[in-house]
Structure formats: structure tokens, C-alpha cells
Write a protein that binds this ligand. Structure first.
Ligand SMILES: O=C(O)CCC(=O)C(=O)O
Ligand SMILES: [Fe+2]
Length: 270
């Protein structure tokens, strides 16, 4: 594994995607989704109509898995997104980090507007077994500045696992969601009380940032709020790893419906 990535748990790649393709996807996503009147699959898994931030036309409920699933009228977004996430810029970047030959995309989200996530680990959504080898690829679809509401990362060695018990959280009859939410709060307190470093990046179209599944991160506030902040997040794993999530760490390969897209990429189709 790349030494810098192993040490920091994230890595910025500059100008690895064609700027014009990134711009085209951003313009198309914004232009087609904003006025769309039908239901679309959202980040929480539901099919829902656009919700707008109050007194604005900024879509609040982010778009899930647009790389393979969108209503017919929005299909051009799928085509462009699918091409971008399976491009050689993405492949070569990931390969530089872990040397894998094939990657499986588990999820994408298109964010139209700035997010408000608190410190968390994407491992709770998907992770390899053992933990730590799944990646998040974050792709700005427009140039970011210091008021954009950038993602911020806590440098974190790849594979460093802080369990619920490590954070002093008791066992009990909690749902997955409850366990997740209390973990984020406790993690946030731990990061504050240890004066953790926080890193962020002025990213431009064509740049990407990759962080590992256990790397703590959150969204900095944007100004104004709400604010347009076109971006894509992809959760992806080297295919040769078993997978589960932060809590579920299977000893056997998880049966999944992975569709081979190319020599280099498969998509989990749900
Ligand atoms: O785009 C952002 O600000 C961060 C979003 C994020 O980390 C997430 O949805 O898991
Ligand atoms: Fe995240």
C-alpha cells in the first residue's frame, strides 16, 4: 500500500479527471435534477420527490446510485456518471494506493448542495473484512473554495480500528442506527478531546480525494447555507476483499449481485 495513504488515510489526486467531462456531468445533474417532478432513489434508500432547502431551488435529498439507476428522463446522467467513475483517472489513482486489479463500486451519491455530516466513518456503510481497505472517492463537480462546505478529514492510519468499546460505549439492545449515531457522537468527542488534526483541501474540477473506510471525516459548514455544492461520492472496494460493514465482518464472501462493467470495474446492483 502507498506509504502516504497508509499513514494519513487519505490522498488528494490533482487533475486526474478530464475537466470538461466533470463540468458536463455537473451541469447535467444540476440542470436535469433540479426541475425534475418524479421520484428518484435517495441517499436514505427511499424513492422520493425532490425536497428543496427552504426558500431555494437547491435539492436537499441527495441522489443514490445514479450510476445504474435513474428514471428514463435522467438516464444521460447515469451514462456520464458511470463513464466518469470507471475512467482511467479513477482506476490509476486507486491502483496507486493499493495495487488492486479490479474494483467493485458499492454506492454513489450525487450531492447537489452542501452537506452537514458530523464526524463519522464510511465503514458503517460498507467496509472490507478485515476493516479498512474500502475507499471513498470524493469528486467535486465544480471548483470548491473555503466557503463551499468542504469535506474535512482527520489523518488516520489505514486499518486503525476504534471500536465502540474503545470509546466507552456499552453493549445493549440498540438498533444499527442507534449504534451508528452514538458512535459518531463519541468519536467526535474523542477527536475534540485529543485535539485531532483536521485537513481539508481546495479542490478543483478534475481533482479527487480518496479516503479509507476508517478515516474520520465530516462536512465543514458552507456559507451561505444552503449553498450549491455539486459533488459525487463513491464507495468502492478492491474486489478481492470480502466485504461487510463496521459491525458485520463476514468470515465468508458475501453473495452479491456484482455486474462486471469492464476489466477494471464491477457495480453492485441492488
Ligand atoms: O460531502 C460531504 O461533505 C461529506 C459526505 C459524507 O461524508 C457522507 O455522506 O458519507
Ligand atoms: Fe462520509
Amino acid at each position: 500500500m502507498n506509504e502516504q495513504y497508509k499513514r494519513d488515510g487519505y490522498r488528494l489526486f490533482r487533475s486526474v479527471l478530464p475537466g470538461d467531462e466533470v463540468t458536463a456531468l455537473g451541469d447535467m445533474a444540476y440542470g436535469l435534477i433540479t426541475p425534475y417532478r418524479g421520484e428518484i432513489r435517495r441517499q436514505d434508500g427511499s424513492l422520493a420527490f425532490n425536497e428543496y432547502h427552504p426558500s431555494s431551488l437547491l435539492v436537499k435529498n441527495s441522489i443514490l446510485n445514479a450510476h445504474f439507476s435513474l428514471p428514463d428522463d435522467l438516464k444521460p446522467i447515469s451514462v456520464a456518471l458511470s463513464a466518469l467513475i470507471t475512467s482511467s483517472g479513477i482506476y490509476e489513482s486507486l491502483r496507486e494506493l493499493d495495487g488492486a486489479e479490479h474494483y467493485t463500486v458499492h454506492q454513489t451519491i450525487i450531492f447537489i448542495s452542501a452537506q452537514t455530516t458530523i464526524p463519522h466513518l464510511d465503514s458503517w456503510s460498507i467496509d472490507t473484512a478485515p476493516h479498512g481497505y474500502s475507499h471513498t472517492v470524493w469528486i467535486p463537480l465544480e471548483d470548491m473554495d473555503y466557503l463551499s462546505g468542504l469535506p474535512a478529514l482527520v489523518p488516520w492510519p489505514v486499518g486503525k480500528l476504534v471500536t465502540e468499546a474503545d470509546l466507552g460505549l456499552p453493549d445493549g439492545d440498540f438498533s444499527f442506527r442507534q449504534r451508528h449515531d452514538r458512535y459518531c457522537v463519541a468519536l467526535s468527542e474523542r477527536l475534540s478531546s485529543t485535539s485531532a488534526d483536521v485537513r481539508t483541501l481546495f479542490m478543483r474540477k478534475g481533482d479527487i480525494v480518496v479516503w479509507s473506510s476508517l478515516t474520520p471525516h465530516f462536512s465543514l459548514p458552507s456559507s451561505p447555507f444552503p449553498r450549491k455544492r455539486l459533488s459525487v461520492q463513491m464507495l468502492i472496494r478492491p474486489t478481492h476483499h470480502r466485504w461487510g460493514n463496521f459491525v458485520i465482518q463476514p468470515a465468508q464472501a458475501t453473495p452479491d449481485r456484482a455486474e462486471r462493467i469492464s476489466e477494471r470495474f464491477s457495480f453492485i446492483v441492488v
